[in-house]
Design a protein. Sequence first.
Length: 116
Amino acid sequence: MAEYDVYFIKLGSGLGGALSPIKYAFRAPKDAYKGLAADLGVEKAKEKESGLVFGANSPKPARVRINFEGGGSTERFCDPSKLEGVTIGGRLNKKKVDIAGRWRNKKISSVTSIQG
């Protein structure tokens, strides 16, 4: 059985920053964001993390498709403020990742935004 961790992305703030950002939370396989979390703006929740919101319809984080050299891809959540850097900016291109499951020792060739 796969092991899972809880991750979150801080999304926006309301009333000119008077409200705290929403911590959009989700479960993902243990190493799903290994080597990617900081660039995608994803944080691993601490054991007693407070303020996590699961299943929110809005706001939602952006999603990206990470394409690997030699073929294959995977989808991940991304902080909207990091989107330009990982897609147009190519921040993850050529980075070698070791994500549990199928993506062992793979180099990233490109990252694209997923609509919808």
